[in-house]
Write a protein that binds this ligand. Structure first.
Ligand SMILES: Nc1ncnc2c1ncn2[C@@H]1O[C@H](COP(=O)(O)OP(=O)(O)O)[C@@H](O)[C@H]1O
Ligand SMILES: [Mg+2]
Length: 601
C-alpha cells in the first residue's frame, strides 16, 4: 500500500497551467498587481538615477574649473539633494510596495483558501478515507501560503530581478564597452555557481518541504489521538515517534541553510573579486583619459547593483519551486471530483419536497468500497411510510453501509435505493438532505455552543425549535442545567459531555430538521441505566410517525420494529417481525440466545 502521508508532488516544476488556474483568483485584484509592477519600475528608475547624479556631481561642478566656486558648490548641493531625494523616494516606494503586495496576496489567498476548503468538503468520503486529515490541513494552510509567496512577490519580483539584471547590464555597456565586456566575461563563474547551488539546494529544500508536511500530518494525528495515548500510558512512545520526525525536519533545514550560506558567500566573493579587475582596468582608463572619474564611480555603483538581484533570484528559485509544488498539490485537490457527481446534462435533479412520510425501497442493491470486494450483495427490502425497520447482525456485516446508502453518503454500485419510487441518485441532494436525517454511530460534536451543535450552524433554525427538539428527546433538562444553557461551549468534540448526553444531542440534531426519514446507527457503548431509559424514550419519540432505518443493538428497539432484517456478510439472511423470527429458530433466535438484553455482537 502506498504511504498515505507521502508527498504528492515532490518535483515542483513550473507549468503554464498553474498561471491559467490561478488567474481567476488573481483577476479581481489585477489592478493592484499592476500598481506593484509600476512601483517596482519607478523604484528601479530612482535607483539608476542616484549613481547618475553622483557622476554629474563629480565630472561637472567638482572638476570643472570654468565656473566660480559658489556656483559649483551650489550645483553640488543640488546633486546631493537629488541623491537624497532618490533615496527617500525609493524608501517610500518600497514601503508602499510592501504593503500593496501583502494586501494583494492576502486577498487572493483568502479567496483561494475558501474555494479549496469548500471543495474539500464536497469531495467523496472515500477520498477523505484515503487522505489523512493532517495532510489535507497542510494543503489548506502551508500549501496555500506557499502559493501566496508566488503570487504576492514571487512572479513579479523574479521577473523584475531579471529585468533589473538586463537593465543594469545595458547601462554598463552604454557607459563603457570594454569594462562592460570585462565584467560580462566573469559572469559565467557566477552562473556556474548558481547552477551548482541550485541543484543541491533544490534537493535539500524539497526534503525540508516533505518533512514539514509529514510533521504537520503527524502532529494533527497524534494530538487527535491524545485520549488513546493517555489511556494506554503511551505518551513516551508517541513523543519518541514525534521526536524522530522533528529531528528529521531540523536536519533537513540545517542542510538547506548550509547550501544557502555557501552560495551567498561565493556569489559575494565572485562579485568582489571582479571589482579588483574593475579597479585595474577602469583605473587605467581614467589615467588614460578615456573615462571620466565620475563615469568610473557610476560604473562601479551600477555594477554593485547586480549582486542583489542575482542573490535574490537564487533564493527565490527555491521559494518558487516550493510554490510550484504547492500549486500542483492544490490543483490536484481541486481536480478531485465532487461527490455526488453532477447529474448528467439535460436531466435536472428530481425535487423531493418534504411530505411527512416516505417509502424507502432497496432493489437488489450491491456495494463495494473503492476497488475492494463487494460488502453488500442483493439487498432488497421495503420500508413503508411510518415503518421502523431494524437491521441487526454481527460487526462488519454491512449495517452501517446500508444506512450510508439511504443518506446518499455513498452510492450503490449495483441496483437502486429509492425514496417514494425515485432513485436517490436522481433526487435533488439538498432536498434529500432535508428529508433524511442521519445519526451516525460515532457522532461528532463541533467546537462551538450546544446551540451550534444542535442546529449545525443553521441560523434559520430558531432557539424555540431547538428547545422543542431537546424537549422531545428528553435532553432539555440537562441542557437547562448547564451553566450557560444553549450557549454553553462544546469543546474537543464534546469530550466534556457523557456518552449518553452526546447521544441525546445527536438525536436532537436529527429531529430539529423534522425529517421524513430517520437513519440511525445505534451506539453500542453501554451507558448508565438512567440515561439508557431516557435514550430509549427519545428513540421511541423520534421514530414515531417517521420512516426509520435503525441499526439496532438494544433488544427493546428491535422488538418494537415493524420489521427486522438480519444481515450477515452483506446478505439479508432473515427478515420478519420479532415473534416470527423467534419462532423460526434461525439466525435471529441464535443471536437472542447469546445476548439477554443486548444484541450487541
Ligand atoms: N470506509 C470503508 N472503506 C473500506 N471498507 C469499509 C469501509 N467501511 C466499512 N468497510 C468494510 O465494509 C464491511 C461492512 O462494514 P460496516 O457496514 O461498517 O459493518 P457494520 O456496520 O455491520 O459493522 C466491513 O467488512 C468493513 O471492513
Ligand atoms: Mg456499524
Amino acid at each position: 500500500m502506498s504511504d498515505p502521508y507521502a508527498d504528492d508532488a515532490p518535483e515542483g516544476r513550473f507549468q503554464l497551467g498553474f498561471l491559467q488556474q490561478l488567474w481567476p483568483f488573481v483577476r479581481p485584484y489585477r489592478r493592484g498587481f499592476l500598481a506593484c509592477l509600476g512601483i517596482l519600475l519607478a523604484s528601479f528608475g530612482l535607483e539608476l538615477l542616484g549613481p547618475h547624479l553622483l557622476q554629474v556631481a563629480i565630472d561637472g561642478p567638482m572638476r570643472s574649473t570654468s565656473l566660480p566656486r559658489d556656483e559649483r558648490l551650489q550645483a553640488l548641493l543640488w546633486c546631493g539633494l537629488g541623491f537624497v531625494g532618490t533615496t527617500v523616494g525609493g524608501a517610500v516606494l518600497g514601503y508602499v510596495y510592501g504593503l500593496l503586495t501583502a494586501w494583494n496576496g492576502q486577498r487572493v489567498i483568502r479567496d483561494l483558501r475558501r474555494h479549496l476548503f469548500d471543495h474539500l468538503l464536497s469531495t467523496s468520503l472515500a477520498f477523505h478515507e484515503r487522505h489523512p486529515a493532517g495532510k489535507l490541513t497542510t494543503r489548506v494552510t502551508s500549501d496555500v501560503e506557499n502559493i501566496n509567496e508566488l503570487i504576492a512577490t514571487g512572479v513579479l519580483q523574479s521577473v523584475f530581478d531579471l529585468l533589473k539584471i538586463v537593465g543594469v547590464l545595458v547601462a554598463l555597456f552604454f557607459l563603457d564597452l570594454e569594462l562592460a565586456l570585462f565584467t560580462v566575461a566573469t559572469t559565467p563563474v557566477v552562473v556556474l555557481l548558481s547552477v551548482l547551488f541550485r541543484r543541491n539546494a533544490q534537493r535539500a529544500y524539497r526534503a525540508v518541504r516533505g518533512r514539514l508536511a509529514l510533521q504537520n500530518a503527524y502532529t494533527t494525528e497524534l494530538i487527535g489521538g491524545v485520549r488513546t495515548t493517555r489511556a494506554f500510558g503511551r505518551e513516551g512512545a508517541v513523543a519518541d515517534r514525534y521526536a524522530e520526525r522533528n529531528a528529521d525536519t531540523a536536519a533537513s533545514w540545517r542542510d538547506t541553510v548550509l547550501h544557502f550560506s555557501v552560495f551567498f558567500s561565493l556569489v559575494d566573493f565572485a562579485l568582489r573579486a571582479t571589482t579588483i579587475g574593475l579597479l585595474w582596468f577602469g583605473g587605467s582608463a581614467v589615467l588614460d583619459g578615456t573615462m571620466q572619474p565620475g563615469e568610473f564611480v557610476k560604473f562601479w555603483l551600477y555594477y554593485g547593483m547586480l549582486s542583489a538581484p542575482v542573490k535574490e533570484l537564487g533564493e527565490k528559485y527555491n521559494v518558487l519551486q516550493a510554490a510550484f509544488a504547492s500549486c500542483e498539490r492544490v490543483f490536484q485537490l481541486l481536480a478531485e471530483p465532487r461527490f455526488p457527481p453532477p447529474p448528467p446534462a439535460g436531466r435536472p435533479p428530481v425535487p423531493s419536497p418534504r411530505r411527512g412520510h416516505a417509502r424507502i425501497e432497496f432493489d437488489d442493491v450491491g456495494f463495494a468500497y473503492g476497488g475492494n470486494a463487494p460488502v453488500l450483495h442483493g439487498i432488497s427490502f421495503t420500508a413503508e411510510p411510518g415503518q421502523t425497520v431494524a437491521i441487526v447482525g454481527p460487526t462488519g456485516a454491512g449495517k452501517t453501509t446500508v444506512l450510508a446508502l439511504v443518506a446518499r453518503l455513498r452510492e450503490a454500485t449495483r441496483g437502486a435505493v429509492r425514496i417514494d419510487g425515485t432513485d436517490v441518485r436522481e433526487l435533488d441532494l439538498a432536498d434529500l438532505r432535508r428529508r433524511v436525517a442521519y445519526v451516525a454511530q460515532d457522532l461528532f460534536l463541533f467546537t462551538g455552543s450546544v446551540l451550534d451543535n444542535v442546529r449545525l450552524f443553521d441560523p434559520s433554525i430558531d432557539e424555540a425549535r431547538v428547545w422543542r427538539a431537546l424537549e422531545t428527546v428528553g435532553a432539555a433538562e440537562f441542557v437547562r442545567k448547564l451553566p450557560q444553557g444553549l450557549a454553553s461551549p462544546v469543546q474537543e468534540r464534546g469530550g466534556t459531555f457523557s456518552q449518553g448526553e452526546r447521544q441525546l444531542l445527536a438525536f436532537a440534531r436529527a429531529l430539529v430538521v423534522d425529517p421524513d426519514v430517520l437513519v440511525l446507527d445505534e451506539a453500542t457503548a453501554s451507558i448508565d441505566s438512567a440515561s439508557e431509559a431516557r435514550l430509549q424514550q427519545a428513540l421511541e419519540v423520534s421514530l414515531r410517525g417517521r420512516t426509520a432505518l435503525v441499526v439496532a443493538h438494544r433488544l427493546s428497539t428491535v422488538r418494537a420494529a415493524d420489521r427486522i432484517l438480519v444481515l450477515e456478510r452483506g446478505r439479508i439472511v432473515e427478515s420478519g417481525r420479532h415473534d416470527e423470527l423467534v419462532q423460526k429458530r434461525g439466525h435471529y433466535a441464535a443471536m437472542l440466545a447469546h445476548a439477554e438484553h443486548d444484541l450487541q455482537t
